[in-house]
Design a protein around this ligand. Sequence first.
Ligand SMILES: C[S@@+](CC[C@H](N)C(=O)[O-])C[C@H]1O[C@@H](n2cnc3c(N)ncnc32)[C@H](O)[C@@H]1O
Length: 243
Amino acid sequence: MTSNASDSTSLADAPLSTTPFPREDARGIARAFLPGHVLGNRYDYYYTLTKLRTDPLYPGVLQALRPTTAPVLDLGCGLGLLAHALRADGQSLSFTGVDIDADKIRRGRAVAARAGLSDVRLDVLDLGVGLPDHRGSVTILDVLQYLSPERQRELLGNVIAMLVPGARLVIRSGLADDTPRSRTTRITDRLANLAGWMQERAKSYPTADGLRSQLEGAGLQTTLRPLYGDTPFNNWLITGIRA
Ligand SMILES: C[S@@+](CC[C@H](N)C(=O)[O-])C[C@H]1O[C@@H](n2cnc3c(N)ncnc32)[C@H](O)[C@@H]1O
């Protein structure tokens, strides 16, 4: 699964991988989330397996991170699935994930320890309140919409300041526009919240223009590309490189 991309121009030039993991690769990663006991709860296993098999998120993010070995801070990391995908991809960069959901962090820590992932740390943190100290790359995957527009701007300003030369800011987000995809994204997030799958309620979706102007305004080499694959959502991958 690894590639030889080694410079910042290759990121913008290489076609973005927009297909989910092959079935067996997805199963290989999701297996870590099987319960320790045969009668244990398999919810996290089936959730991660379905996500990995249907959503091109992780192949796209792995591709964006391959050219750098800078430590990664994953904001709104959920169960820490990105750490498992990185290790399966042969990327050994230091990983710190934070999420407001203490129960997901507890389960994610247990799985990471059981899987023997090294240099992986998961902590509880509300992004509405603060950020950990960090220097390196930052990933924000399907999380921005849970913050107010003001907090999104402030958070992006703070994480841009964390990027070291060559490091990446990698965002996947639903974007606000007038497409049916955008409406489907909003409605699905609302249903996920009402059904209890997502404790937080989406507040606001960023726009392509708003993200581009903030990242380019901060001097980052910026690309915005669709990363929804065969899903009905309006999910884009936004990558900023500190030259
Ligand atoms: C759709 S999930 C994405 C999880 C993970 N990034 C992924 O892509 O698999 C959104 C995550 O954002 C987290 N989240 C929402 N609001 C947050 C906040 N204020 N601070 C930290 N995490 C938050 C949720 O708990 C949830 O785990």
